[in-house]
Design a protein around this ligand. Structure first.
Ligand code: ZN
Length: 123
């Protein structure tokens, strides 16, 4: 049986992994630049909507265990399911505040997916 070896790369010479840094950069910092670039007139409001979109992670509270580093949230938790993602895509066709919420939620799903991709790569 072939056994895969995963090496976690850490940054800042501490125990924080690269994927952890990328994950929270995409959740907390990158949305600021999205808001600034694409919604310049109301970038603070849009940034706050992006931050509020992280409330979808409250669906993790229904899981047991609540946090499992070896579990992909996409497709597992109700607000991260394919049905929820389809609703988020349909929300793109609604007027502005809802469209921005949809963009924020879809970006959240992208971030969680990318995090899982990095996890599978051992990063
Ligand atoms: Zn999430």
């Amino acid at each position: 049986m072939k056994k895969s070896i995963q090496v976690k790369i850490h940054c800042f010479s501490c125990m924080i992994s690269i994927s952890f840094c990328i994950h929270y950069f995409l959740h907390l910092v990158f949305p600021f630049f999205i808001a600034l670039c694409f919604f310049r007139k109301e970038y603070i409001k849009v940034y706050l909507i992006f931050l509020a979109s992280m409330l979808v992670d409250l669906d993790h509270l229904f899981a047991n265990p609540v946090f499992d580093p070896n579990r992909c949230s996409i497709g597992f938790h109700p607000l991260h399911s394919i049905y929820a993602i389809i609703i988020y895509v349909l929300m793109l066709f609604l007027p502005k505040p809802y469209r921005i919420v949809a963009i924020a939620l879809l970006f959240h799903m992208f971030t969680d997916s990318f995090d899982w991709f990095l996890h599978l790569r051992g990063l």
